[in-house]
Each structure stands twice: as structure tokens, then as C-alpha cells.
Design a protein around this ligand. Structure first.
Ligand SMILES: [Mn+2]
Length: 354
């Protein structure tokens, strides 16, 4: 764990502070002009600026935030769940959290929307769930227990997957605290299958399990971006029968999704909502590093419109899943994921906007 020190209300990793101080002193910069100094009068974690600290230096935490090993005292936390045991096709999502962290060092202080998360909330990277790579049921149990602690601390989890199986145990913990939640589910697939190869727990079944256990407020569920070939002529009938709103990818083509999100906000109302974003919702031209790609998907612009359109929704947890680094040597899938996760942080209820 990085050793933290406090300096006039700003918590930075020690190495970053000493480097920042050295840089300031060597160029005689007015201390009050440091962007980190201007962030807030409260004691929040603020990632070091590349004005003072080499962007590529340091241990790769999400957004260069401090690492701490508990959720205590945090308003929100980034958490990795490095698992691909549930995948049906290309593996590799166990490497997702690591590469998202590695690509996240380009993130700065403000979103283009004027959102200022580092001025609004105490956020840290609390590391990874120690998953069982050889037993998916035990992995789910470990994930559920980890997230129970996170929820008990009053901390909003922002999860880096990991295949989509993880949404099931996470939602078990979320619903234990909040009761049945609304769901904004962005994905190429409905992930509402019943069984695969005789197994109930896979990355194609999490939302069926969630419905069976009463974890979702089904009238407040929307699935956006669904597409691809199917095993039946009406592949999303089960979703609609539960009361979900289904927005297939072809209903999104060539359009801004801002009007859709106005409707989604009305559908979600004031109750608690979980946001689950499978990177395969995006077109594989933009996000090839994923386990089950489907052609003709959403653009990154539409992805941003969906997330930014969640501002005003009572988000109690978010995830970004299915990043499989071995299938994208450019790193751009993970870079996109890092940015989408930052934008999720930017629409949490406590985040202030300029
Ligand atoms: Mn999925």
C-alpha cells in the first residue's frame, strides 16, 4: 500500500508529493498556483497533475489515485475484478483491470462537461477482489462478500471487469443494501440466458439470475445496444416479458442518444439505479479488445451520451466489463474503458459541475 501523507488538505502518494515539491521548488512556482491546491478546501484525494509529476511514473492505480485497502471513508472506489472464467468465446478479461489502470493515467481533473469529481468526493482505488480463477461459483461468493463490505461502508463501487458474470454477485450485494434496483444495461447482448453447457453461472446469464432473485426493479430496467445473430426470431422476448425496455442497436444507428436518455431518466425515477456497461456495446472498430464482439455497434460518442445522460439518476454502483486486452494491441479499448469509468464517476449524485 502506498504511504499517504496529508499536505494542506490534499492527499497524494508520498513519492508524488516529494516530486511535486521538488519540481515546484526547482522552477519556483507559486504553491497556490498548483492545480491540486485549487481543487478543494476539503480533504479529498486528488490525482497528481502531469504539470508536476511525470504521467507515466508511479504504480498504476486507476486515474493515479491513491491506493487504500479498505472502502472506509470513501464516497466512491474503483475496484478490479480480474476474471474471465465465465466467458464463452475469447478469454482475456482477467487482464482488463490491469490494462484499464495502465491506460487511465491520461485522465485529468475535469470532464468536458465541467464535472469535478475530485472536488466532490473522496475516491480511491481499493485494488482487486481476490477471485478464484478455478471455480466460478466460489469467485462469485468472494465478489459478493467483497461488495457487501463496500456497500456497508456507504461507498459507491466503480468496477473494472472482468467478464460480465461479475454483475450478478455485485448486484446481490447492491440489492441487499438498496432493495431491488433499476438497471441501465449497455451491451451487445441481453445476458439473460438461462443455461450454457448445463451451467447457470456464465457471462451470458447474470441478469436472468438477478431477476430470479428479485434484485432488479424490472420496470426500471433498460437494455441498450443489443444486436447480433440469435437462436430465436425474437431474441429479446424474455427481457420484454420481465418489463425491461429493450433498445436494440439498430434503433440507435445514425442517431444522438440524448433524447433516449431523457426517457431513460424518466423511467428510472428517483430510486436507486445500477449502471452496467459492457464494452462490447461499442462497435468492434472502436473496442476490439473484448470477448464476444458483434458488428455494427454503438460509437464512443453514443457511449458518452448514455453515461452523461445518467446525470440526475440515483446511481448506487457502476461497472465497465469485458475488456480483453490481448485482442487489442493498441490499448485503445482499455483507454476507452478508463474514460467511460471516469465519466461514470462524473455523473454520480455527489459530483459537482461547473
Ligand atoms: Mn455482457
Amino acid at each position: 500500500m502506498l504511504h499517504l501523507i496529508r499536505m494542506k488538505g490534499i492527499r497524494l502518494p508520498t513519492a508524488c508529493v516529494s516530486l511535486a515539491r521538488a519540481v515546484r521548488e526547482s522552477v519556483n512556482v507559486n504553491v497556490t498556483a498548483s492545480p491540486t491546491r485549487l481543487m478543494s478546501s476539503k480533504s479529498y484525494n486528488v490525482p497528481p497533475s502531469s504539470e508536476f509529476v511525470a504521467r507515466i511514473s508511479g504504480i498504476a492505480t486507476m486515474a493515479k489515485l491513491p491506493y487504500q485497502d479498505t472502502p472506509e471513508g470513501l464516497d466512491a472506489a474503483f475496484i478490479g475484478v480480474p476474471i474471465d472464467t465465465g466467458t464463452s468465446n475469447r478469454p482475456g478479461t482477467r487482464f482488463g483491470p490491469r490494462q484499464i489502470r495502465a491506460e487511465s493515467f491520461m485522465l485529468r481533473n475535469y470532464s468536458g462537461t465541467g464535472a469535478a469529481p475530485w472536488e466532490s468526493m473522496m475516491v480511491a482505488d481499493i485494488g482487486d477482489v481476490n477471485v478464484n480463477l478455478y471455480n466460478l461459483k466460489d469467485a462469485c461468493k468472494r465478489i459478493r462478500e467483497f461488495y457487501r463490505n463496500v456497500m456497508a461502508a456507504g461507498c459507491i463501487p466503480l468496477t473494472m471487469g472482468g467478464d460480465h458474470t461479475i454483475a450478478y454477485p455485485i448486484l446481490q450485494a447492491v440489492a441487499e443494501k438498496h432493495g431491488p434496483v433499476g438497471l441501465v444495461h449497455v451491451d451487445a447482448h441481453a445476458d439473460t440466458g438461462d443455461m450454457s453447457l448445463g451451467e447457470k453461472i456464465t457471462h451470458g446469464t447474470p441478469f436472468r439470475r438477478c431477476v430470479e432473485e428479485g434484485l432488479l426493479d424490472c420496470k426500471r430496467v433498460v437494455q441498450i445496444g443489443l444486436r447480433g445473430t440469435a437462436y430465436s426470431p425474437d431474441a429479446y422476448a424474455w427481457s420484454r416479458e420481465q418489463g425491461f425496455r429493450v433498445v436494440q442497436a439498430d434503433q440507435c444507428w445514425h442517431k444522438s442518444l440524448v433524447p433516449l436518455m431523457t426517457e431513460v431518466r424518466a423511467q428510472m425515477g428517483k430510486g436507486p439505479v445500477y449502471l452496467s456497461f459492457d464494452i462490447d456495446a461499442l462497435d468492434p472498430a472502436y473496442a476490439p479488445g473484448t470477448g464476444t464482439p458483434e458488428i455494427a455497434g454503438l460509437t464512443p460518442i453514443q457511449g458518452l451520451e448514455i453515461i452523461r445522460g445518467c446525470r440526475g439518476i440515483n446511481l448506487v454502483g457502476c461497472d465497465l466489463v469485458e475488456v480483453s486486452p490481448p485482442y487489442d494491441t493498441t490499448g485503445n479499448t482499455a483507454l476507452t474503458a478508463a474514460n467511460l469509468l471516469f465519466e461514470m464517476l462524473c455523473v454520480l449524485p455527489k459530483t459537482k459541475h461547473y
